[in-house]
Design a protein around this ligand. Structure first.
Ligand code: ADQ
Length: 499
């Protein structure tokens, strides 16, 4: 018997991935920001999670997912993708068009028109999967840039449920967004949701600016920091909801004896030096080569810091089938070997490079022993690593150097050292400042950071979003006389045949 108002989460990936090896298929919990953030939310609610479980080998998905059900926090609903769909929808439209464009890196886009058909087909497939499990009262929450058309398809099917959408990556400004050949279709489909959430106020404003430009009759009105529109007789809310982490869980886990033991072991290999830590998915948006060049500049200009500092750069393999990602890996590895060759000696390796998916205890131990976290994305929706690092600093000793272009910079600007990741001298100066910072100043800053990360955690993010999604419609601010209207001006998404 289903409870009314149950939650249906929809994301590109399920929180578990099928892995095919010589021994057969296994289901592994997935890593990544979205999964990390949503797992605790689902553990506290019943519901379905609809997503792609990754590679299907020998049609094992159904069996593996069924086996996982007994331990999963929710009912997992796998959506299978053909190899052509994986290429055209995931690698192609999502990660060769939307991902670089929305991160302001349009020169990396491949606007291949063939990708659009796959984006339509797969979004329709996801909408079909939602329609199959949804009942009249289900609340549907769609995540991220892969699935921006799902709301449009669900409305076409006649679903009247409350529909929410949250974008985990930045929403670009008008002069970038307008380059997208399918800009009107995507914008129009986003207006089929009841609540559209962004990481920052800047993203929200960019979205509103694009809507004003491409949906000419759109009338958006402010309601406190959010915006309200009336869409085909429905009221829609546009807001910013900065995602957080499960602070308590991270903080407690980082304090466990096995993490402490592992941290001590890592520390033994780097005695008497400050450890600078970088942790990123292998992605050109994370600014890893620029960061390495800043570290190189520091070593070239500050000889007295040689043997006093070590950069530990952890890189999680990601999107390995996309050529640009393979090139990036080669670029990173060449830079590291050049820097280690130029500056290292038999007793000191300037950069320790780890390229793998890490066990949690291992990752936490690195957060715990790091004296400085160097997190310098060129553009990032939020960046959970910055928050996880703060949560793991129970001794309040670590310094956070953070890119001003990470969404997290809005919340963490009062304790972090903010840098422009493109400015290698600025980043090298920040490293020097952090290296020389007194213990008192470190503690003062880290206490502020931890308070912010604790107060604005993943549960608050979820509760904020839900407070708007669960109610029948957002209310205008008290005393507001605003009247808003969005009219359909572009054709609705053409129906596509799904195989
Ligand atoms: P991501 O781009 O994946 O997320 P991020 O927010 O930094 O980026 O999250 C990475 C996650 O991977 C972290 O939770 C981290 O613990 C984990 N991780 C890092 N290194 C690892 C390793 N070696 N092994 C295992 N796990 C590792 C997207 C957006 C972000 C946004 C999030 C959430 O791009 O901007 O913050 O979604 O909304």
């Amino acid at each position: 018997m289903r409870t009314p108002g149950e939650l249906i989460l929809v994301s590109n990936r399920l929180p578990a991935t099928v892995e095919c090896g010589p021994e057969g298929a296994t289901l592994k919990p997935s890593s990544g920001g979205l999964v990390t953030a949503l797992r605790p939310v689902l553990q506290s609610r019943n519901g379905h999670w609809i997503g792609w479980p990754g590679e299907d080998c020998l049609g094992e998905i159904e069996r593996l997912v069924a086996r996982e059900q007994s331990t999963a926090a929710c009912h997992l609903v796998p959506v299978s993708l053909t190899p052509e769909e994986q290429k055209g929808f995931y690698a192609g439209f999502s990660n060769e068009i939307i991902w670089p464009l929305f991160h302001d890196l349009q020169s990396r886009c491949n606007f291949d028109p063939a990708y659009w058909k796959f984006y339509l087909t797969v979004n329709r497939k996801f909408a079909d999967a939602v329609a199959k499990v949804a009942d009249r009262d289900s609340i549907i929450w769609v995540h991220d840039y892969h699935l921006m058309l799902v709301g449009g398809f669900l409305r076409e099917m006649g679903l009247k449920n409350r529909l929410g959408f949250f974008l985990h990556i930045p929403f670009p400004p008008l002069d970038i967004f307008e380059k997208l050949p399918w800009r009107s279709e995507i914008l129009r489909a986003l207006f089929d949701f009841d609540v559209v959430g962004f990481q920052t106020l800047r993203d929200q404003r960019n979205f509103a600016g694009c809507a004003r430009r491409f949906l000419p009759n759109v009338e958006l009105h402010r309601s406190h920091e959010q915006m309200i529109a009336e869409v085909d007789g429905r009221t829609m809310l546009i807001g910013s909801f900065p995602i957080g982490i499960d602070f308590k869980e991270f903080s407690d886990a980082a304090g466990k004896p096995q993490v402490a033991a592992h941290a001590a072991e890592i520390r033994r290999n780097v005695v008497g030096r400050q450890i600078v830590l970088g942790v990123d998915r292998l992605d050109y948006t994370k600014g890893i080569p620029e960061r390495l060049k800043a570290f190189q500049h520091l070593l070239a200009t500050q000889k007295e810091m040689h043997r006093q500092i070590t950069l530990v750069q952890i890189v999680v393999p990601s999107r390995e089938t996309i050529p640009k990602y393979q090139e990036l890996k080669t670029e990173i590895e060449m830079l590291i070997s050049q820097i280690n060759g130029d500056y290292g000696d038999s007793g000191w390796v300037p950069i320790h490079y780890i390229h793998r998916n890490m066990e949690r205890t291992d990752l936490l131990a690195h957060y715990r022993i790091a004296d400085i976290a160097l997190i310098t994305p060129l553009e990032d929706g939020m960046n959970l690593v910055a928050k996880e690092f703060c949560a793991a600093q129970a001794g309040d000793q670590g310094v956070l150097i953070l890119s001003e272009f990470a969404g997290a910079a809005n919340q963490l600007r009062n304790g972090a050292i903010l840098v422009n990741p493109y400015d290698i001298e600025n980043v090298a100066d920040a490293l020097q400042m952090a290296f020389r910072m007194t213990d008192k100043e470190r503690r003062r800053r880290m206490r502020k950071l931890r308070r912010k990360v604790r107060n604005e955690d993943v549960f608050r993010w979820c509760a904020d979003f839900f407070s708007h999604l669960e109610v029948p419609g957002p209310q205008p601010a008290a005393g507001s006389t605003m009247k808003t209207k969005v009219t359909t001006l572009v054709p609705r998404i053409a129906p596509v045949k799904t195989g």
